[in-house]
Design a binder for this molecule. Structure first.
Ligand code: ASP
Length: 324
């Protein structure tokens, strides 16, 4: 029986064309299945969800996309789904979906770093690779991101370069596999991924994100706590350490019932209670802050939105984060 693959379009450079002043969303994707080498047995369908540059994506729109993917997973209508998306926030949309999908339907996000009008356009090749991956009958890998011939796990992948076509990487982890001229080559499978309990995604979007820099004060944490945010992610230095002024604000926020989750602005490696000086991760944890291993701040922000949306308590969230 033919593989039925659905391509869900959301916008991004893969659908852009030159306008008067620069790239804008164009008439749609230029994709010729004959020249792109899609096997004849694959039945492709295309549905549009959004026509947006991905900096215009919001958690609410990402939620709509996740709910649609949950619906498709439950229906069993397709053998695989490819989502085309702008590269700027692709990793957030893919991660939110990854938190909520059970893994029975292969879901692959792809994009393009170059628009159709540019020399060396990568969109059609990436789309072909994503379609082959979605149709490869490989289950339980979680949501995948395929660009530049590489297959990455949504939880680990990030855009590392503003312009290069090999921009998408999984620092410290590497790709799960590759897509070559003759098909999909998988080398490894994630042992574990961060997942929400079964059920439709719900978000509480009031989760702040503050990135530390040398000499920072605690104003931003104070402001978000004062605005009634129930949770704030603090992207700290190194092992999870912040300046004393930020620590004072974090402690005030914690005392007033705000959940604080510490991540690191480092490119690789885990947050851990190693330093006990004022503002060190030990100091913050003793005050009640949670830590999020080596997950990036912008992804943990979405995970907290989902957890709070589901009404999960601090202990349940702590237990999810403790495996990172
Ligand atoms: N700015 C574009 C977007 O994210 C970049 C891209 O798609 O590559 O929509």
């Amino acid at each position: 029986m033919a593989d039925r693959i659905l391509v869900l379009s959301t916008g991004g450079t893969i659908e852009m064309a030159p306008g008067k002043k620069g790239l804008v969303i164009g008439p749609g994707m230029h994709f010729d299945r004959n020249t792109a080498g899609i096997p004849p047995g694959v039945v492709l369908e295309n549905q549009r969800m959004f026509s947006l540059p991905s900096p215009h994506m919001t958690p609410e729109l990402m939620l709509r996309l996740t709910l649609r993917l949950q619906e498709l997973e439950a229906s069993g209508e397709y053998d695989g789904v490819v989502v085309t998306h702008g590269t700027d926030t692709l990793e957030e949309s893919a991660f939110l979906a990854d938190l909520h999908l059970r893994g029975s339907l292969p879901v692959v996000f792809t994009a393009a770093m170059r628009s159709a009008g540019e020399m060396g356009v990568d969109g059609p090749r990436n789309l072909r690779a994503a379609i082959l991956t979605a149709g490869s009958k490989i289950h339980d890998l979680g949501v995948l991101v395929v660009l530049g011939d590489e297959i990455h796990a949504a939880g680990r992948v990030t855009k590392t370069c503003t312009s290069n076509i090999s921009s998408f990487n999984s620092p410290g982890y590497g790709p799960l596999g590759f897509v070559d001229e003759d098909g999909v080559i998988l080398h490894r499978k994630p042992l574990w991924r961060l997942s929400m309990p079964p059920g439709p995604a719900v978000l509480d979007t009031r989760v702040g994100l503050v990135r530390c820099a040398a000499g920072f004060g605690g104003e931003l944490v104070d402001y978000l706590a004062g605005q009634g945010y129930p949770a704030i992610v603090v992207e700290a230095f190194g092992r999870g350490n912040v300046p004393p002024e930020v620590a004072a604000s974090v402690k005030r926020a914690l005392a007033s019932g705000v959940m604080i989750v510490i991540t690191t602005r480092c490119y690789e490696g885990r947050v851990l209670g190693v330093y006990a000086y004022e503002g060190g991760c030990v100091d913050l944890m003793e005050a009640g802050a949670l830590t999020a291993g080596d997950m990036q701040g912008h992804k943990i922000r979405l995970m907290l939105m989902s957890s709070l949306g589901r009404g999960m308590c601090r202990e349940e969230i702590r237990s999810l984060l403790s495996r990172l």
